[in-house]
Design a protein around this ligand. Structure first.
Ligand SMILES: *Cc1c(COP(=O)(O)O)cnc(C)c1O
Length: 385
């Protein structure tokens, strides 16, 4: 059976060029970059190159790049690290209700450990306004963490404006940009962002490696103890194959951004109208300010999980709500925060398109969704047409 992968928000297949760049570091180039001998120097050189590539793609200095084990760790390090490094009396952290759990649960953990936290509500599109952030900042605020683009519905936040408000108020701004890399251009030298998280496996790189960008002169306390790697902020022997793969993947993602965007927009503009034509389907997220490849819809009178499983049988891979909450039937916290009722939220499907998808894939998918929704609705006691 032909398999169609439309779950690039959960993870992406690694590019051939990335695998090729990594292979020597899974084989003959096994030196520890902390070692002084030939083997160590060889790895250290590759580590430096990956750091330089990453910095140049983000428009920052190599010293501002910290390699981590992924987006989750980068978010934890930024939030807990800033909280622990804050002066006495400064204990207020602001985030939003639609963040990834790697941010939301970290902030909630700090809330239970004596920090004062504010979780901002969002509008019907999943957006936080700069004014909301400004109004929430107090004398005690140390950090605002608002994602660049939402992983479930694709909404792009006004992150530069929010960062501007934070800068004006002398508050650190962290943004989870895991979904944004390869879709949104960053030039961190000129953007008011103090901390930014990214993860290689969301842009055709390997799993288990990410970056926390830390602006020079910001204060971050270590949350893990041991060696002196990554300026002591991420101790432990470096994941060399992963880091080399990340460097290659971000270089390709940034270079291919315009072409990839064009391609995704064409596919999206085929998929969205087709889905809406099925009837009783609503598009979730912002109508314009959204990631090109992310399409989240609620198929009314149908359960998202059932739809997902039936589509899987037809070879189509996607997710209902967030992959991270799949397995539980709790409706997505993002859709609920946007004001959807439980039933509409539970009927949600997320298509996240990628570079290998074709117009034929979209046609096949539309026909499959139409047929499956029709069959499931025919069995539904709540569906009256
Ligand atoms: C995938 C994702 C993460 C987690 O990244 P990992 O590298 O899988 O830990 C965090 N935030 C967002 C927005 C994501 O999409």
């Amino acid at each position: 059976m032909k398999r169609i992968y439309m779950d690039h928000g959960a993870t992406t297949p690694m590019r051939e060029e990335v695998l090729e760049a990594m292979l020597p570091f899974l084989g003959e180039k096994y030196g520890n970059p902390s070692s002084l001998h030939f083997f160590g120097r060889e790895s250290l050189k590759a580590l430096d190159v990956a750091r330089e590539k990453t910095a140049s793609c983000l428009g920052c200095a190599p010293e501002e790049i910290l390699f981590t084990s992924g987006g989750t760790e980068a978010n934890n390090l930024a939030i807990i690290g800033v909280a622990k490094g804050s002066p006495p009396g400064k204990n207020h952290i602001i985030t939003s209700a639609v963040e990834h759990h790697a941010v939301l649960d970290t902030v909630k953990f700090l809330g239970k450990s004596g920090y004062d936290i504010t979780i901002l509500p969002v509008d019907e599109y999943g957006m936080v306004s700069p004014q909301q952030v400004e109004d929430a900042i107090t004398e005690q605020t140390i950090l605002v963490s608002i994602m660049t683009a939402n992983n479930e519905v694709g909404t792009i936040m006004p992150f530069e404006e929010i960062g501007g408000v934070c800068r004006e108020k002398g508050v650190y701004f962290h943004t989870d940009a895991v979904q944004a890399i390869g879709h949104i251009h960053f030039n961190l030298q000129s953007q008011p962002i103090d901390f930014l998280s990214l993860s290689a496996h969301k842009f055709y790189g390997p799993k288990g490696v990410g970056v926390l960008y830390q602006r020079r002169k910001t204060k971050l306390e270590q949350i893990c103890y041991g060696g002196g790697q990554e300026r002591k902020l991420r101790p432990g022997t470096e994941n060399m194959p992963g880091i080399v793969g990340l460097g290659k993947a971000i270089e390709l993602a940034v270079a291919n951004m315009p072409a990839n965007r064009e391609k995704l927009l064409r596919l999206r503009d085929q998929l969205i109208p087709g889905l809406l034509r099925i009837g009783d389907v609503r598009l979730n997220g912002h109508p314009e300010k959204r990631l090109p490849g992310n399409i989240n819809v609620s198929v009314l009178f149908v359960e998202g999980e059932s739809l997902l499983l039936h589509l899987d049988l037809k070879g189509i891979a996607l997710s209902s709500g967030s992959a991270c909450t799949a397995g539980s039937l709790d409706p997505s916290h993002v859709l609920l925060a946007m004001g959807l009722d439980h039933q509409t939220a539970q009927g949600s499907l997320r298509f996240t398109l990628g570079r290998d998808n074709t117009p034929e894939d979209i046609d096949y998918t539309l026909e499959a969704v139409r047929e499956t929704a029709h069959n499931l609705r025919a069995m539904s006691p709540i569906y009256r047409k």
